[in-house]
Write a protein that binds this ligand. Structure first.
Ligand SMILES: [Fe+2]
Length: 425
């Protein structure tokens, strides 16, 4: 071997030793829970099964959810992506998506005709439908519901007897269901394929009591309880979240409300000059979870980053929506960092401070033993889980998110108020 060939061979083996060491380090402890240093056990959680609130247990048992291995199921450490480039590659290519709301009867006769009452909770956002079971909807009604959600941003259904399986089926109708590589989920895999099992069921667990204790987060009244802050789900995806359906099956008597705010209305709050400036711009969005940078693994966790339009057009309504949120929008592409910071701060505040474009929902059902569903469109909204309940106030839910189209901005699209012929003052 020539001296230079020997040097190359040594370098290659150094390199592979280094990669091996990095991988070993990365596997020592599950990552991605950036706010906590607590070491956690991945996989099914047997100990937590005993703490499952009774109404949730009743629902799961009624619908044959297999809890024998434990609950919730956290993906095994070996299946959790460690590096940000690996996580970025998940669903990093276009897949077919059908915009269901586009096929719907604009008058929504099948959906409204089957309801006993349809209540708009505020002028600009939020509608409650009474007297309908989500599990009974036919495809025509599901299309009409997608249209209603696209128009009203969030739609609520109390007193639901809904199985996790049916919730997943609804989610699959509205788009590709997101299966999270890290998040706790409901066991629902009727497959023995280890790769499929590793991807999770697509039914995420929303259980603050579990999250706080398990991941070692310390809720504090002074810091806003266990609230989530204003955000939009899964904006880092290549095709970010469209419809999310959260079904709460254990609900405290008081506390644990959720608020939503309309992105259409946030856009309409801006001056025409600012609207024009923002139209066509892109922003950088980050993931909620963190991973290691392969090139610089000791530098600490890193989030997935992706560029999307900052004003997007909703495919069903054709209306423009301001697509930013404080938790996950980092910068505006093409601006100096200071410019971007000032403008984004203003845009966040438009969303957060205008109570006339928000709705706050109290989840409580009217009938004991039944749950409540909220179905919202992440393309045109932010939401905020209000953490004003204590550990003894039990709250548990299951969430299914349908991913939507590759976001786009149509320069010919109109704002909601423009399209509806309302005053732009
Ligand atoms: Fe969320």
């Amino acid at each position: 071997m020539s001296p230079s060939a020997a040097a190359v061979a040594t370098n290659q083996s150094d390199d592979s030793d280094l990669q091996q060491t990095i991988l070993k380090l990365a596997n020592l402890k599950p990552i991605g829970q950036g706010r906590s240093n607590k070491s956690i056990e991945t996989g099914p959680q047997l100990e937590w099964l005993e703490k499952l609130p009774q109404p949730t247990r009743n629902r799961f048992e009624k619908y044959g959810i297999d809890l024998s291995r434990g609950y919730p199921i956290i993906p095994d450490n070996k299946d959790i992506p460690k590096f940000v480039d690996e996580a970025f590659e998940i669903r990093n290519k276009e897949y077919p998506y059908i915009e269901r709301g586009k096929n719907a009867d604009p008058e929504k006769k099948a959906l409204f005709g089957a309801a006993t009452e349809v209540i708009d909770l505020t002028k600009h956002i939020g509608t409650e439908i009474v007297g309908l079971q989500l599990s009974d909807l036919n495809d025509k009604q599901k299309d009409e519901l997608a249209l209603l959600v696209a128009e009203r941003v969030v739609v609520f259904f109390r007193d639901q007897d809904l199985s996790p399986q049916k919730q997943l089926e609804l989610g699959n109708y509205w788009g590709q269901v997101e299966r999270h590589p890290q998040a706790p989920h409901v066991p629902l895999n009727n497959t023995t394929d280890p790769e499929e099992i590793a991807k999770g069921s697509g039914i995420s667990v929303i259980w603050r009591h579990f999250f706080n204790e398990f991941y070692g987060f310390k809720p504090s009244f002074k810091k806003g309880g266990i609230s989530s802050g204003w955000h939009t789900d899964l904006v880092h995806e290549f095709q970010p979240a469209g419809i999310t359906h959260l079904h709460n099956d254990t609900i405290p008597k008081t506390g644990g409300d959720t608020a939503w705010v309309s992105g259409y209305a946030a856009y309409d709050k801006l001056s025409p000059a600012l609207q024009q400036f923002l139209d066509g711009k892109e922003a950088i969005f980050v993931s909620a979870h963190e991973y290691l940078d392969r090139e610089n693994p000791l530098k600490g966790p890193k989030r997935i980053e992706r560029a999307h339009p900052l004003v997007r057009t909703h495919p069903t309504t054709g209306w423009k929506s301001l697509f930013v949120n404080r938790a996950m929008t980092r910068s505006i592409v093409g601006l100096e960092p200071e410019e971007s910071k000032v403008i984004l701060e203003y845009l966040f505040q438009v969303y957060e401070k205008n109570l006339d474009i928000q709705v706050r929902f109290k989840w409580q059902p009217t009938k004991e033993g039944l749950g409540t569903s909220a179905i919202w469109d992440n393309r045109i909204s932010q939401h905020f889980a209000i953490g004003d309940y204590e550990a003894e106030d039990l709250r548990h839910g299951t969430r299914v998110t349908s991913l939507a189209e590759v976001p786009y901005f149509d320069p010919n699209s109109k704002s909601q108020r423009q399209a509806l012929g309302l005053s732009l003052d």
